[in-house]
Every structure is written in C-alpha cells, then in structure tokens.
Design a protein around this ligand. Structure first.
Ligand SMILES: NC(=O)c1ccc[n+]([C@@H]2O[C@H](COP(=O)([O-])OP(=O)(O)OC[C@H]3O[C@@H](n4cnc5c(N)ncnc54)[C@H](O)[C@@H]3O)[C@@H](O)[C@H]2O)c1
Length: 254
C-alpha cells in the first residue's frame, strides 16, 4: 500500500513506541515524515530503523518539547517548512506517571497535564494553519483506554487523556467545514517504554499492568498494531471518520 505518497506528516513522540512505529509505517507507505521528540537518541534510533528499511531519505528529525510554547513555535514551523506543508499531524508524544491521588502534588499534576493535554493543544495550534491550507488536513490525537476504563493511581494521566478526547471533538466540530478531520486513538495493552515503566507507587500491585489481559493473542501487542490503525485513520480510507475514538487494546476492555 502507498496511501501516503506525496503526503507530509508530522509525528511527535516519534523516538519510541507507537510514535516511532507510526513514523516508520507512514514512510513505508510512501509519505514524508518529520519525526519530533524530546529525546534525540530516540530519533536517531528511528533514523537507523528507517535506513534499514530504505526510507530514511523521506525522514527529517526535530528535537522539541511539546510542553514548551517557544520550542513548539520554532520547531513545528521549521518542520512544516522543511516538509513544504502539512497534511497530517500525529500527536503521539506523552508521558505516564502514577501516584496515589491524595499524594499528588500540584507540580506532579501540572507535569502530566502540561505534556499530554497542553502539549497536544500547543502542537495542534501551531500546525493548524498548514493543515487548513491543504483543505483536508488530519489530526490524530492520543487518548487511552484509561480515559474511559479506570485504573488506580492514574487520575492525572486519565484526566489528561479524557481532556484530549474532548479537545479532539471540539476541533473536529470547529474546523470540519474547512475539511479538517480530527480523531483519537485510544490504545491499551501495548508494549512500549511507557507500559514497561508506569511509575507505580511502591505499595501498588506490581502486576497491575500484566493483569490487563487482551481477549486476542498472547498478551500485550507491539506498537505497530496501533500504527496500522493510525495509517488507516489518517489516509483516504478514513475520509468520513472524524470527532471520534478508536479503541485499540485487543479487547482488554469490552
Ligand atoms: N502503550 C500503551 O499501552 C498506551 C496506552 C494508552 C495510550 N498510550 C499513548 O500512546 C502515546 C505513545 O506512547 P508509547 O506507549 O509509545 O510510549 P513511549 O514512552 O514509548 O513513547 C512516548 C514518546 O514521547 C516522547 N515525549 C515525552 N515527553 C515529550 C515532550 N515533552 N516533548 C516531546 N516528546 C516527548 C518520549 O521521549 C517518547 O519517545 C502516548 O500519548 C501514550 O499516552 C499508550
């Protein structure tokens, strides 16, 4: 499939996990990708993987902190200029950390909300003029099964992801007549840096995550399972899908 030939895509969180798998998938389907992440080493790994696949000539890299307004302004503009415009934004960057809610400091709360929710807003706002200029831009945001199915110790993370869902619906309604589509993926039970180190409190059940058993397969799935769904949503195959979530968790939550 070459659903992204001639299409220009910015992927945040592209140095690891689902963002990295999505960048590689879009490159494999013919797209040009600006891979953005706070972690330079992760972006280098993405470049090496793209080189192995022979797609690195359509890959550019940018180090940015999605929670920093100045960083977002400068780096998103530079990435879009390098791409020559923007057809798709994939807001995969995010963090997970866990605490008893009663022990959450304001600093802890603001850090999770600041990266996940405010970061998604900042990058989207900066990319919006370029996305609207195409007349059929697409934003893929990252919710989580935890936005709808509760896990202990993750009140800040769950609230950030619920906020991202609401934000996505709002921009889908606001810009739909200008051709913009905005959708969320809500992954769960995906093996990544995040789920291997969820930062659980010391007295928490250490097997909390491994007890989340998908109905499909043998356990947690790889990030590429989410990347395939994102490629569908962001391509013309998803042309009439907007303002909604797609849960991708192998049936862990039903
Ligand atoms: N893995 C799962 O089961 C799961 C479930 C639900 C939602 N998600 C969501 O999927 C997305 C991708 O996560 P993942 O599982 O691939 O985890 P991951 O930790 O492997 O990848 C997250 C990436 O985001 C980057 N990042 C973090 N803070 C950043 C910042 N301020 N600016 C720029 N980049 C930053 C990290 O460096 C990392 O490369 C996240 O939004 C996460 O909340 C994952």
């Amino acid at each position: 499939m070459n659903r992204f030939t001639g299409r220009r895509v910015l992927v945040t969180g592209a140095g690891s996990g689902i963002g990295q798998a999505t960048a590689l998938r879009i490159l494999a389907e013919g797209g040009s990708v600006a891979a953005a992440d706070i972690a330079e080493a992760g972006l280098e790994k993405t470049r090496a993987l793209a080189a192995e696949a022979g797609t690195d000539e359509r890959l550019s890299r940018t180090v940015l902190d999605i929670a920093d307004e100045d960083s977002v302004r400068a780096r998103v503009d530079a990435a879009v200029e390098h791409l020559g415009g923007l057809d798709v934004l994939v807001n995969a960057a995010g963090i997970l950390d866990s605490r008893h809610t009663g022990a959450m400091t304001l600093e802890f709360w603001n850090r999770i909300i600041g990266v996940n929710l405010t970061g998604t807003f900042l990058v989207t706002r900066q990319a919006l003029p370029a996305l609207l200029a195409t007349g059929k831009g697409v934003v893929v945001n990252f919710s989580s099964t935890s936005a709808s199915f509760a896990h202990p110790y993750m009140a800040a993370y769950a609230a950030s992801k619920g906020g991202i869902q609401s934000f996505t619906h709002a921009i889908a309604a606001e810009y739909g007549k200008q051709g913009l589509r905005a959708v969320c993926v809500a992954p769960g039970s995906i093996d990544s840096g995040m789920t291997r180190a969820p930062g659980l409190p010391r007295d928490a059940d250490p097997d909390l995550f491994t007890k989340l058993v998908p109905a499909l397969g043998e356990g947690f799935a790889g990030p590429e399972t989410v990347a395939g769904a994102i490629a569908m949503l962001a391509s013309e195959d998803g042309a009439f899908i907007t303002g909604t979530e797609l849960r991708i968790d192998g049936g862990t939550h039903m």
